[in-house]
Design a protein around this ligand. Structure first.
Ligand code: SAM
Length: 310
């Protein structure tokens, strides 16, 4: 039943050619690859990734955890279609060589799908069999997946590098990745018994409509109880270091001063409300990032006297 609803929703997205897409809802196009420079960010987050809770996105963020020893990865997303994007990518990694994987995702070589489908569970296989039969491959990729997110930004994540691809492929055999459809605000109630080494929330905060104090309270009350003593949580990814994209309209020197002072305010509010240390981790700006900044920033909370346990 859900599968039929999901297929109909995907068809409707493809047929509307994704024109009406303005925010993240239960059915929106998927990102083909990470828009965040997670390849540079993850190694700077000094934590274990063994048990992680990660927003699914286009699959790259959960897969990046595998590169750093992730074994038990729980993913969630508001978008029902994120599940299909994630497990298609995992199937492609299992089935293909690095060169084949790039051909499938970057050159849209549909002939490779026959190899991938052998690694898909029935539900995911039925979904993509239907779409690839009804529409041509380019149509599916371009309209079900976000158009702006094409191969030029795929160097944001390790899975699109040869070394990272094989590390992730190897770790897939030793790990378990699950998906649950959920809004961020409901995820804690669905994972009541779980504790995590690492939680990754991407840049959902740009879109979820909470004020800074509301977000700080939400993290404190709902997510931090699920963070292990030595765990780390990425609460926001800032493109060009900006908490609020509107600053972009300002002259760049004034804009960057305001951005810095806002980051200080935000950091201090998060630390005061949660009692945790806030760390701002700078990485080279992702290829997607808006603005003319040279760096993006990951905002990470850790308990005081944090040390890694592996
Ligand atoms: C915020 S978007 C931004 C794209 C991201 N930077 C990337 O690299 O893919 C990341 C993911 O968050 C999901 N998302 C957005 N709002 C959400 C919410 N309130 N709860 C759960 N997932 C959400 C989207 O569906 C998307 O898959």
């Amino acid at each position: 039943m859900d599968l039929r609803v999901d297929i109909n929703a995907a068809c409707s997205i493809i047929e509307k050619e994704n024109l009406l897409w303005t925010s993240y809802t239960e059915y929106t196009p998927l990102h083909l690859a990470s828009t965040e420079n997670i390849r540079s960010l993850f190694p700077k987050i000094n934590t274990s990734f063994e048990k992680s809770l990660v927003v699914t996105c286009g699959g790259d963020q959960p897969l990046e955890c595998l590169k750093y020893g992730g074994k038990n990865i729980h993913t969630f997303d508001i978008n029902h279609l994120a599940k299909y994007g994630l497990f298609l990518k995992i199937g492609a990694i299992r089935a293909l060589s690095y060169e084949g994987f790039c051909k499938f995702y970057q050159d849209f070589d549909l002939s490779l799908y026959s190899q991938i489908r052998r690694f898909l569970c029935p539900e995911i296989c039925i979904f993509f069999d239907f779409l690839f039969k009804r529409y041509n491959h380019m149509t599916v990729i371009y309209f079900m997946f976000d158009k702006i997110n094409n191969y030029q930004i795929s160097n944001n994540s390790s899975v699109f590098t040869k070394e990272g691809f094989y590390q992730i492929k190897d770790q897939l055999n030793k790990s378990d990745i699950s998906y649950i459809q959920s809004d961020l605000t409901d995820i804690a109630s669905k994972k009541k018994q779980e504790e995590y080494d690492f939680i990754y929330l991407s840049n959902i905060f740009y879109y979820n409509g909470m004020s800074w104090p509301q977000y700080a309270e939400f993290l404190n009350e709902q997510l931090l109880p699920h963070l292990k003593q030595d765990g780390a949580i990425l609460i926001h990814y800032l493109y060009s270091g900006l908490l609020e994209p509107t600053i972009l309209s300002l002259n760049s020197r004034i804009g960057s001063q305001i951005a810095e002072s806002k980051r200080r305010e935000f950091t201090s509010l998060m630390s005061t409300t949660t009692g945790l240390d806030t760390e701002l981790i700078s990485v080279p700006a992702s290829d997607f990032g808006f603005g003319d900044g040279n760096e993006d920033i990951g905002v990470v909370l850790k308990r005081k006297n944090h040390r890694i346990t592996i």
